[in-house]
Design a protein around this ligand. Sequence first.
Ligand SMILES: [Fe+2]
Length: 158
Amino acid sequence: MTIQLTEKERMFLEDAKINEEVCIQKYQNYSNQVKDPKLQQILSKLAGEEQEHYDTLDTLLKGEDPKINVPKPQKPNQNKQVTIENNIQGVMSNKKDEVICNDLLSTEKYVAGTYGDDVFESFNPIVREAMQHIQKDEQKHGEEIFNYMYSKNMCNVK
Ligand SMILES: [Fe+2]
């Protein structure tokens, strides 16, 4: 089935694609910079999920149904290499990981907000459902980063 996009939908989908590209880059680069291997694993996984968002947006822009409710086969993780540089950085303080987490949390908050707008500006139900789905994913990413930070005493919740 071909989806006929409105001009507005095309515009916000193009914008969202740019944001997803930024997210992919951030998660990939940061996963190679953080000290804690556990955090590296989380960021690497989230990079893959952002790539899925990018693919969903791309499919919609081609006028095709991304079929977001059909589970996709797991992609191999291409971001697992640990370089010598990482190990050198390992002796640095946790503060750097905290700054990275805060940046990612802000990014997710911003991006989730833009998807909230897109939900209201969607005309096609398939587009709306995809925006809701991706927004929820971004909220889950935020939750995952927050939970990590909380477990490491990196945030003040009082
Ligand atoms: Fe995303």
